[in-house]
Design a binder for this molecule. Structure first.
Ligand code: NAP
Length: 524
């Protein structure tokens, strides 16, 4: 398929004078086959207005049609074949197996949301029947959720498929009944165009209103900021840097009618090596730790950027083996020149801290945007003395915190900012201490993992990929898993509404097969 680089506004391909090129991080050079259009203010307005026009026609279609639309997007993405994988690899520097896996995850996620749409549990149906004999008389009250309206989505650079144009935020917003205006990530514009074409085909095939999806690109911050400020937009889904997320949150809060921003930003994802686990399997833990850290050039939001353990000979052996393993780690191509630069500067700041020891470094880079792995250590006492240790260094970098005892370890944990995950390497003889840690971790993270590694986020019903600020802007929700749909819904109550005016799902006896709370009792 020939890419044109044109914008994709409510099914219409639109050109523009401003153009930018994609970048091949493995070559450190622009990709010169096509120049991508940057959106003007008018393009952004048109995309948002089309989304607003599509909102009621789309959200009031039968749920079965909405589910089929999501499935059609999955089918069309798969039908793009190898071209999608090749383009995404070229724009991200990620290997084909990883991108092919991500394509499977993206399609699977869309199909899971199609099932979720059909399930209807997210409608949160509740009926409280009237009781005219009560004093005062009790009204008839019926509740269901409704979609919030058009959603602006900012995709991530590190998952050009699964967290981008048709990724988790787009899938959950469309599942909720919300049209999407996508701000294409400048790191993978060709990949985004291919996916937009696939979505466009699904719109055509299922007869959805064209404004249900648009893609606007643009270098610089203007397009994204205009999108969040646009009055048609009712919520924002974002994955990226803390600086980017916070800038968009400020714009959203300053609007005459503020809107929620669901931003997934930065995390260092502590891993705690409990004493008995460290004693029993320190060697395998050291190797698995480096493998988790190095996955995808360390560019996972769940990368284990922090390891905490109690000082002693077992920790010495762990640090030695982790350092040796990391020394053999080849430098890997990073996603963009900017991310590579941020990685180098983050490591330099850590290395310059008077409290930090550089334990080991990986092999020297052999290409322009290759990141050299690094492992640092610091004592528990010193960790909190310098805020540099709390900041995410996005890439293959991690800090080991050597604590004097369990009290110090708990003290360090309780001072951490909000995180996406915490991991406990724990054996049965550690359970007593672990029980003390869990309430602290519950206050700090969105997902607590036992005897695994944080990298790898399953898309299921019980997944939480979220966490208190600054892991996300709103720790009450998740951006992965079916619960993500709730971000784009709000409840509406209908009081004493004649049956003819009620939504079908709230008619008497119409809840069969859908979880509902009728006069306080749960029923399905
Ligand atoms: P980013 O620089 O925050 O960019 C994400 C998206 O937001 C892009 O579309 C970008 O536009 C836009 N954007 C960024 N700042 C903005 C602003 N001030 N106003 C308006 N729009 C703005 O993130 P990235 O390039 O994907 O990755 C960089 C950093 O993000 C990494 O170093 C890492 O720290 C973090 N990250 C975190 C996660 C996570 O899940 N927690 C995932 C990926 C990345 P352009 O395309 O025009 O730049």
């Amino acid at each position: 398929m020939t890419l044109t680089g044109d914008l994709f506004i409510a099914g219409e391909r639109r050109s523009s004078e401003q153009r930018f090129r994609a970048y091949d991080p493995s070559k450190g050079a622009e990709i010169d086959d096509v120049a991508f259009a940057g959106a003007s203010d008018q393009d952004v307005e048109d995309a948002c207005a089309a989304a607003a026009d599509a909102f009621i026609p789309y959200s009031t279609r039968p749920l079965e049609e909405r589910a089929k639309f999501l499935e059609a997007i999955a089918d069309e993405i798969e039908a793009l074949g190898d071209e999608l994988v090749e383009r995404a690899c070229r724009e991200s520097g990620l290997p084909p197996a990883r991108i092919a896996g991500e394509r499977g995850r993206t399609a699977g996620q869309l199909r899971l949301f199609a099932k979720e749409v059909r399930d209807g549990g997210w409608l949160k149906l509740r009926i409280d029947h009237a009781d005219p004999a009560r004093t005062p008389p009790k009204p008839d009250l019926r509740l269901r959720t409704v979609p919030v309206g058009p959603v602006a989505v900012f995709g991530a650079s590190n998952f050009p498929l699964a967290f981008s144009t048709a990724g988790g935020d787009t899938a959950s917003a469309l599942a909720a009944g919300c049209p999407v205006v996508m701000k294409g990530h400048s790191a993978h514009p060709g990949t985004a165009e291919l996916i937009a074409i696939a979505i466009g085909r699904a719109v055509e095939k299922t007869g959805m209103p064209k404004g249900v999806f648009s893609l606007v690109n643009g270098m610089g911050r203007h397009v994204g900021q205009g999108l969040v400020a646009n009055p048609h937009i009712q919520a924002v889904g974002f994955t990226g840097s803390r600086g980017g997320g916070e800038a968009l949150m400020k714009i959203a809060a300053a609007r005459p009618r503020p809107i929620p921003v669901y931003a997934e930003m930065s995390a260092i994802n502590p891993v705690i090596l409990m004493p008995e686990a460290l004693k029993a399997r320190g060697d395998s833990l050291a190797k698995a730790y480096v493998a988790s850290m190095a996955m995808g050039a360390g560019q996972f939001c769940t990368n284990p950027g922090l390891v905490l353990a109690i000082d002693g000979p077992e920790l010495d052996a762990f640090v030695k083996l982790a350092g040796e393993t990391l020394t053999g780690q080849a430098a890997q191509v990073m996603l963009t020149a900017g991310i590579h630069e941020a990685f180098e500067s983050g490591k330099a700041k850590l290395a310059a801290s008077p409290f930090v020891t550089t334990v080991a470094e990986g092999a020297e880079p052999a290409g322009p945007t290759q990141g050299r792995a690094a492992l640092f250590s610091v004592s528990g006492k010193d960790f909190l003395a310098d805020p540099v240790h709390l900041h995410e260094v996005f890439g293959v970098s991690s800090v080991l915190v050597r604590c004097a005892d369990m009290d110090e370890l708990v003290g360090v944990l309780s001072k951490l900012e909000g995180q996406l995950t915490a991991t406990l390497q724990v054996d049965q003889d550690d359970y007593q201490d672990a029980k003390r840690l869990i309430p602290v971790l519950e206050q700090t993270v969105g997902r607590i993992i036992a005897n695994g590694w944080p990298t790898g986020v399953d898309v299921t019903h019980a997944m939480v990929h979220g966490g208190p600020y600054p892991a996300t802007s709103d720790g009450r929700t998740t951006s992965v898993g079916t619960l993500a749909i709730e971000r784009f819904l709000r409840p509406v109550s209908y009081q004493d509404m004649p049956a003819d005016l009620l939504p079908d799902v709230l008619h008497e006896g119409a809840q069969a097969g859908v979880l509902a709370r009728i006069d306080g009792a749960w029923a399905k």
